[in-house]
Design a protein around this ligand. Structure first.
Ligand code: ADP
Ligand code: MG
Length: 314
């Protein structure tokens, strides 16, 4: 019997939208793309980002603590947990409906609240770089620094934003539970928003003020589940060299070495395409036969059939 191909999908911002109504509409399209892959005979595991959502939750919780003196500020790790539940709810609701619409009744859908351990001495903690939440002017930024101890950085002439550390994922705490569900044929949503960052203190896991990159978290999930494919679904059909320039070249098929060379030459923007290509290279290098694919959400099926996207392999 042919073993089903196991795929970890990393959903980007465009799969989820920026607001509550946008997300509710977006997940319907996302669910179609995912169930297309299931109908192709793939075993699918879903991970996703949370940039706009965690910013929104963080701002809402900050507003609550401004209004009510009894409510202290909400730790970022808790905001990530809230975003996992909120996004997981919309996704599992839409996926279940889409499966039923196609007369597939034997694949239960579940979201796993996922903690991911990071190293407390990860250098990222000394150099917070990931902007979250809304833009502020200089005066608002100063208040945020003084009142909440946020680190604020000017963001390319557009104003100030809070920046947080983005450490590398070291260990998925709930991997055993995720594996059991996946192995028994369930459709699992896990490692949302890059996972809830925690550091180990003996038996205690302490929430960290950080946001893990979802591309790296998805890569670790794919490695741990011994997946065949890591598919990073985003807002472009392919990664490119000389992106945004007249002589742009869209990339179809890359060896790990070619991809590494393009990374060295600085073709991929940090914070957007670079972590995807880095995660794709890491997964493809991790074991023979593993392939990474970067493509557009709507092209996921064409991508898996080898018709489009940027493929990275050994
Ligand atoms: P996601 O929410 O899916 O993580 P990002 O916005 O973080 O999406 O990253 C995808 C974006 O990366 C694309 O929409 C594109 O504008 C940008 N990008 C930067 N460099 C490149 C490149 N070399 N090739 C393709 N896209 C690139
Ligand atoms: Mg991104």
């Amino acid at each position: 019997m042919n073993k089903k191909k196991r795929i970890v999908i990393a959903l980007g911002g465009n799969a989820l939208g920026n607001t509550l109504p946008e997300q509710m509409a977006a997940v319907k399209i996302t669910a179609k793309a995912i169930v297309d892959l299931i109908e192709e005979g793939c075993e699918v595991v879903v991970a996703h980002g949370n940039g706009p959502q965690v910013g929104m939750i963080n701002n809402a919780m900050a507003a609550l603590s401004r209004e009510d003196v009894n409510q202290p500020n909400t730790p970022l790790s808790v905001c990530v947990a809230m975003s996992q539940a909120y996004i997981g709810y919309d996704l599992q609701n839409a996926l279940r409906e889409e499966l039923y619409n196609r007369n597939i009744y034997d694949i239960p859908v579940a979201t796993m609240i996922t903690q991911i351990r990071v190293d407390s001495d990860d250098p990222a903690f000394q150099n917070p770089s990931k902007p979250i939440g809304h833009f502020m002017d200089a005066a608002q930024a100063k208040i945020a620094e003084e009142k909440y101890g946020y680190i604020m950085k000017e963001d390319s002439g557009r104003g100030y934003r809070r920046v947080v550390a983005s450490p590398k994922p070291a260990e998925i705490i709930e991997i055993g539970a995720i594996r059991s569900l996946v192995d028994s044929g369930q459709l699992v949503i896990a490692c949302g928003g890059g996972g809830i960052p925690v550091t180990r203190q003996g038996n205690h896991l302490k929430g960290a003020s950080a946001v893990i990159d979802k591309d790296f978290a998805s890569c670790l999930l794919a490695e741990e589940l011994d997946a065949d494919f890591l598919i990073i679904l985003t807002a472009v059909e392919k990664a490119a060299i000389r992106f945004g320039k007249p002589d742009v070249k869209w990339l179809d098929d890359l060896s790990v070495e070619e991809a590494k060379a393009y990374i060295q030459e600085g073709h991929f923007a940090p914070g957007s395409m670079l972590p995807k290509v880095e995660a794709a290279v890491r997964f493809a290098s991790s074991k023979e036969g593993r392939t990474s694919l970067i493509t557009l959400l709507e092209k996921a099926k064409d991508g898996i059939l080898g018709k489009t996207g940027t493929r990275i392999h050994q």
